[in-house]
Design a binder for this molecule. Structure first.
Ligand SMILES: *Cc1c(COP(=O)(O)O)cnc(C)c1O
Length: 492
């Protein structure tokens, strides 16, 4: 059975929106699923789709983890469309939450990134940065694939230990920790942790003297969306003093870490960072240590990953020609998840000029048409504020159809979140079809990093739920990896 056929071509679902304004472009209010199917089969992304056999054990298959939502089959675009159709059914049934926004997460995409990592950086063990997206499926998949984890708090550490990961696969990579958290890490057997200041050394010597310490040094973070240097990292000048103090306190320092900043758009900064790490290694030798861990941090971007990997590999070859006895790890976050999540949002309100053909308001300079959607910067789009992202909406459904004609005229528009705060702006200006109306759906891709994890419920709006699929890429491998993880007795 092909993926496309999962959506019945014979059914037509009423949109469930009454009082819909006539928009001139639409030939009805029901889903024209034949268009949907045509549209899907001509979509270039769907050529990747491998047919997933749907055997009799489909339900068991979808519930690999009984405590989690089902893991569906099929390309994410199918589930975006299914979600929209389910919403219209729910609206017809007067479900109070019918049109809520939802994510579709494609675990095949996370797996694809892991393969990319292994192909480009085979000698660097990734410790996934949990804060980026602590999604329960993502964590289980990465655990099953053998990655380590970068945790920053008691909560993140328990989340990883609870799925059956050995504490030796965790680096507690927060250089400024609460004493009680350090003590708890010691109790749980999480030994590897970072530091960048003297006070941290005093705390660790009291609370977890057996810890294996990694000194976090400053790296050039000026080429990143989120710089960290203002908050973390010891300058190289400070490192010898820190190491002397560590020695005095009888602490074990095992290596060096850095972070070039999150969302690094100039991967050449890795070269300088590895050079500094080498200097810190030499300082370690001077202080009487024998360092064995080089932690190259995170910052890896999807678009420039291969380039970053080349800079990193070359720098390691240059500055660490003899890598014997040195374990190299990294803390990628964004790289693994950003592309794996898409978000579907419903247009809940619209403000447009009374005239038929909207024009831009020349005096204010702001777009004439304003769309209000049901997730915003207090929710998934917090990435706009905290992670300095810009997001790009596209039409998921318009006038009851998933098909947007190429000739559809567009208007300069803005997109806003649902709360009563004016900071809640998703897109200050973007081109969208002028025919979009309340009830239509906008989608956003690349919504996996620093989105769900920092969403609030401000103003009573719930965090958007996630629909999971193995997607088109390597679906059976991903399911196999997860099934084996359970079989191996992991506590899930
Ligand atoms: C946030 C963070 C990461 C992950 O950064 P990405 O840019 O998402 O790869 C890694 N390490 C530390 C210490 C972090 O704080």
């Amino acid at each position: 059975m092909s993926q496309v056929e999962i959506i019945s071509t014979s059914s037509s679902v009423d949109l469930g929106v009454t009082n819909r304004e006539p928009s001139g472009h639409s030939d009805g209010l029901s889903w024209t699923t034949n268009i949907l199917v045509d549209n899907l089969s001509s979509s270039p992304t769907l050529r990747l789709t491998a047919s997933q056999p749907r055997g009799a054990n489909i339900n068991i298959d979808e519930n690999i983890f009984p405590s989690l939502p089902p893991l569906l089959h099929g390309h994410p675009s199918i589930h975006l469309r299914n979600g929209v159709m389910n919403a219209s059914r729910a609206a017809a049934n007067r479900d109070p939450d019918a049109e809520r926004a939802f994510f579709v997460a494609d675990l095949g995409q996370v797996y694809a990134q892991h393969l990319r990592w292994q192909a480009c950086l085979p000698d660097i063990l990734p410790f996934y940065a949990v804060k980026c997206n602590p999604d329960p499926y993502v964590l289980r998949l990465l655990a099953a694939l053998g990655t380590g984890f970068d945790c920053a708090s008691n909560g993140e550490i328990s989340q990883i230990l609870d799925i059956g990961v050995d504490p030796s696969r965790i680096i507690y990579a927060n250089p400024c920790k609460a004493v009680s958290f350090v003590r708890n890490a010691g109790k749980l057997g999480v030994d590897m942790m970072t530091f960048d200041n003297i006070d941290e050394l005093y705390k660790i010597s009291r609370a977890h003297p057996r810890a294996q310490l990694v000194v976090r040094i400053l790296a050039d973070d000026s080429k990143s969306l989120c710089a960290f240097n203002t908050k973390f990292g010891a300058s190289l000048v400070a490192v010898p003093g820190l190491l002397r103090k560590a020695k005095e306190l009888n602490l074990n320092v095992v290596g060096v870490s850095f972070h070039v900043g999150s969302g690094c758009y100039d991967p050449s900064v890795y070269t300088d960072a590895v050079m500094r790490a080498k200097t810190a290694f030499d300082m370690g030798t001077e202080a009487g240590y024998h360092f064995s861990v080089l932690d190259v941090g995170g910052g890896f971007e999807d678009a420039s990953f291969e380039q970053a990997a080349t800079f990193l590999t070359d720098a390691i070859t240059t500055y660490f020609p003899d890598r014997h006895g040195i374990k190299i790890i990294a803390e990628p976050g964004r790289f693994y998840v950003s592309k794996a999540f898409s978000l579907a949002t419903n247009i809940i309100a619209r403000r447009a000029p009374v005239t038929e053909a909207p024009v831009n308001d020349e005096h204010s300079g702001r777009p004439a048409v304003m769309y209000y959607i049901n997730d915003g910067v207090y929710g998934a789009f917090n990435c706009i504020l905290f992670d300095h992202q810009t997001v790009h909406p596209y039409v998921l459904s318009i006038g009851g159809s998933f098909h947007v004609a190429a000739s559809e005229p567009v208007t300069n528009s803005s997109v806003w979140g649902p709360t009563c705060d004016s900071i809640d702006c998703v897109c200050p200006t973007t081109q969208l079809p002028g025919a979009l109306r309340v009830g239509d759906w906008l989608a956003f891709d690349n919504m996996g990093a620093y989105t769900v994890c920092a969403a609030s419920q401000f103003n009573g709006f719930e965090v958007s739920k996630v629909i999971y699929t193995t997607g088109g890429f390597a679906a059976s491998e991903v399911r196999g990896v997860l099934a084996k993880f359970v079989e191996d007795g992991h506590n899930c």
